[in-house]
Design a protein around this ligand. Structure first.
Ligand SMILES: NC(=O)C1=CN([C@@H]2O[C@H](COP(=O)(O)OP(=O)(O)OC[C@H]3O[C@@H](n4cnc5c(N)ncnc54)[C@H](OP(=O)(O)O)[C@@H]3O)[C@@H](O)[C@H]2O)C=CC1
Ligand SMILES: O=C(O)C1=N[C@H](C(=O)O)C[C@H](O)C1
Length: 274
């Protein structure tokens, strides 16, 4: 019989589209317990987060003071902050969590490479685990691994990511991570055959330092989708992942909560902790 008590978790961005799903998933996980819920809407302060999200009373009030909530969480044991908020605020929130010894699981996208490097250094110095995970779904990990294999054989690749039109950042964190994984093949992609001219700026998408084009589509009716297209003379190889429900992210989120408490440094990507 295990004597370990449940892992205390704070959710930042608690009543957002992802935050609310995470709160329900935590409630159904016997080894994890919600101890804090952060949001900014002053009208919701002090209200029960379970009721705010239309679930069931959870006896955890919505708070807008991250630091107070982190201190309270830390007093309950080795605590975790799941961040599903906004690119503008995520860097500061993650730094604050590390400073208070609370392990961040970061789903929020839009962090720059420099910010990630800085957080890695900070987590290392503090010997505090931190997981940055641009995509929590297993299907995306499998697609990225297949893409890495294909990159050994194809010299031409473009990424198309498609999301709902309430998404703040472009390209998606998943697309950025996918391009970085392709770049591990250490080759130059997409050498142009002709001089290209964009008659509409941006028509060829954004280009990563490795020369991989990323195209971002934003439309109502979409959730989260990505295609990776490899081309070579006479053939096209397409990998595609579709998210039809945010439930697909929850096993990954719960896994990361369980994994991060044993870490002493920052790890980037779900694939590294599976
Ligand atoms: N890693 C993954 O697998 C996934 C990652 N994501 C990422 O998670 C993040 C959240 O996505 P989603 O739930 O769809 O977004 P939502 O906009 O639905 O939710 C974000 C929440 O964060 C709060 N918020 C917004 N701005 C700020 C800010 N500046 N400071 C603090 N809190 C803020 C908002 O509440 P309020 O303004 O009231 O505080 C809101 O409730 C995005 O970066 C998205 O890309 C999404 C899906 C999967
Ligand atoms: O904003 C979203 O919705 C999503 N964001 C993440 C990203 O930017 O890759 C993960 C997933 O695509 C959903």
């Amino acid at each position: 019989m295990s004597t370990q008590s449940a892992i205390p978790v704070v959710v930042n961005g608690a009543y957002g589209k992802m935050g609310r799903e995470v709160i329900k998933a935590i409630d159904q996980a016997p080894d994890i317990t919600l101890v804090g819920a952060i949001g900014r809407n002053p009208e919701l302060m002090g209200q029960d987060i379970g009721e705010v999200i239309g679930y069931r009373p959870l006896e955890v009030p919505v708070m807008n003071d991250l630091e107070v909530t982190l201190v309270a969480a830390q007093s309950e044991g080795l605590a975790v902050m799941v961040d599903l908020s906004h690119p503008d605020s995520v860097y500061e929130s993650v730094r604050a969590a590390i400073a208070y010894g609370v392990r961040p699981v970061v789903g929020t996208t839009g962090l720059s490479n420099a910010q990630i490097r800085d957080l890695a250094e900070f987590a290392d110095k503090a010997s505090t685990g931190c997981l940055i995970v641009p995509n929590f779904s297993i299907g995306v990990v499998l697609m990225q691994q297949a893409a890495q294999q294909a990159a050994q054989y194809f010299d031409h690749v473009e990424i198309i990511e498609l999301h709902h039109n309430q998404k703040a950042d472009a390209p998606s964190g998943t697309a950025v991570q996918t391009a970085q994984m392709l770049a591990e093949a250490q080759k130059s992609f997409n050498t142009p055959l002709v001089k290209e001219t964009e008659t509409i700026p941006g028509a060829r998408g954004g280009t990563t330092p490795e020369g991989i084009n990323i195209h971002s589509v934003r439309l109502p009716g979409l959730i989260a989708h990505q295609e990776i297209l490899f081309g070579s003379p006479g053939q096209l190889y397409t990998l595609r992942h579709d998210t039809s429900d945010r439930a697909s992210f929850m096993p990954g989120v719960l896994l990361c909560i369980r994994r991060v408490i044993a870490l002493k440094s920052l790890i980037y990507g779900l694939d590294k902790v599976l």
